[in-house]
Structure formats: structure tokens, C-alpha cells
Design a protein around this ligand. Sequence first.
Ligand SMILES: *Cc1c(COP(=O)(O)O)cnc(C)c1O
Length: 375
Amino acid sequence: MEFRDLRRQYAVIKPEIDNAIADVISSTHFIMGTEVQELEQDLAEYVGVKECISCANGTDALQLALMVWNVGPGDAVFVPDFTFFSSGEVVAAVGATPIFVNVYHDTFNISAENLEECIEDIVNNTALNPKVIIAVDLFGLPADYEKIRAVAKKYDLKILEDGAQGFGGAIGTKKACSFGDISTTSFFPAKPLGCYGDGGAVFTDNNDWADLLRSYRVHGKGKTKYDNVRIGMNSRLDTMQAAILKAKLPRFVNRELVDVQEVADWYDENLVGGGIKLPVRPDGFKSSFAQYTIRFDTLEIRERVKRVCLEKKIPIAVYYSKPMHLQTAFEDVRQIQQKMFDTESVCNTVLSLPFHPYMERGEVLEVCRVIKENV
Ligand SMILES: *Cc1c(COP(=O)(O)O)cnc(C)c1O
């Protein structure tokens, strides 16, 4: 059993993928070939936004957005305390200060109530300038954008949706990566829509920001690549990765997103009760299930289940074992916040289970049996 079985996926889509790769090699347009623009159009259309700007990875996508908004020293950016490191790393990378916000323990996403408390704290007790809220669609579930939008309006902040894990999710008819003023995603192989290397994309309805993003991703180019009007990055999506993603997208939309709901239902049905907290999907919310993450009552139970799973060769993972505010790299910024963090109890009790659209029911049942026997 694999945690995320990319081999099984390849076995199914091999002809399309192999053709796509061969086409790029014979064209020799390895950088910014036609597939890149075609993919951007496909993605923008699927997500339902005007502009998609692909780039080298999901971390750069976030950083490019902050660069477009001129976020830098003296600015405060609000980031969930429970997320992958990148969400906060990019804030510090542009010289701004990440402020860590508690998450809801059932959806794992940023708490709008604590967000407002954190903003008040920064406004009243520091000289920092609140600028941006980074909301993460953790494990595939969109954050609560209705609540977050209300807070953003009240304090005149921009929303950056980190949809690295959320691509393919939705709230009602609105798709993930359309909820931010700018939204981003990652095509890292294990993400819901993964390529065969690194890749990322930025989404927005704002044409001016889109133009800036296209400039920043190629060395701050002006009219040509050798006319450089601002300091940018080298962050393009390879043509090869674009061709692979273009080949993968139809099946992702039509089959894989449907199949993951079924796998999630199998897990739900067979794990329910017995002190296991299942991943919550609020009414109207659709998760793309980057992870299927459960919670136990205590650290001891989680550690016991984790140990037994590993003994029985069931691949599991703890996402994430450390809150952002306790990361060594953020030692200097954590002094700024005089507040109660309550994320450690989440870190201590979560467990992510093997999960992908090609999982079979028998495999799910085996994982569930081992877990239930050891709770
Ligand atoms: C994976 C991930 C990123 C970064 O994406 P890369 O393509 O690996 O740079 C950012 N944010 C979150 C929440 C992620 O899970």
C-alpha cells in the first residue's frame, strides 16, 4: 500500500502522458512552449477566474503574490498556525512579519474569530501595518471565506488564498483558487493535481496584477526579457510539466475528484465512532482531499496507532507535528504575539491516512480495521 499511489495513476494515464512528453521533446520548446499558455487557459476556465499565471512551484506562487502587493518590512501578514511551512516562509522572505492565527480544530482551517483578535492585537500593540490574510485550504478543504472576507473588509486587508492543497475543492458552485483577491496552488507530485516535478500557479481576476505577475516571474521583464523594469524571480513552469498537467486535467476533473469522495466515504463509514474524529466537511463545502486526516483524543492513542500502522506497513503521516509559531526559523517573530496558541493539541492528535483516487475498498477496510483495533 502506498500513501499516495502515483504509480497506479500512471499505469492508467500512460499513453496520454508519454505522448505529451514526447511532443515537448520533439518541439524542443522546453521553456514557455505553447503548452504553458494552453494550460493556463484550461486552469483559469476550470477555476472560473480571468487570469492564471503558472510558475515554478507553490511557494514562489505565494511569494509572487506578495511581491505584486508590495508587501515588505513593517507589514503584518496573518497566517494559520497549522499549515505547511511555505505559507509563513514567504512572508518572512519578502521582509514582512508573519502573525500566526489559531485554526478551528474540526476543519483545521484559520479561525476567523481568532484572526480578528490577532489583527486587533497588532493594531493596538505594535507599529506593524496589517496588510494581508493568507488563508490556507488545508488538506483540500476550502477555508471559511465568507467569515474571512467579512474580517478582511472590516480591516481593509487583502486575502491571499493558499490553495496548494485545495485545488479541485469548492464552496457551493465556486471553485477553490477563486476565493482570494489572489489565489495560488502547487502542482508538487503529491498534491491533488500533481505534475512530475515542481510546478505552481497564481489565479486572479485583476488584469493589472496578472501583468505584474507575468513580469515578476521572468526577472521583472518589461517589454522583452532583456528589458528589466523591476527586480523579479526566475519562476516559470517548464513546458514539460505544463504538457503533463494538460494531459492530467480532464481525468482529474471527471474521475479523480469523484473517486476521492467515494474513498472518503468508505473511510467515514468504517471509522465512525470509537473515539476517532473524522475530517469535517461543512454543508456546501467540497474537499479535494489532499489528505484524509483524523484526530484522536490523546497523543498517547495517536502514537500507539501510528506505531502499529508502521509495524503493519500501513503508510501514515503526521501533518503537521509542529505549529508554525514553534518553528525555530520563526524564533524572532514569535515574541511579537502575546497570546494563547492552542495548535499544539491539534499537532499532537492528528494522523493522515493513505489516500488517493486509485485506492481500493479492501485497502481502506484494512486501514480502518488496524486503526479501530488500536484506539
Ligand atoms: C505544498 C504547499 C505549499 C508549497 O508548494 P510547493 O510547490 O511545494 O512549493 C504551500 N502551501 C501549502 C499549504 C502546501 O501544502
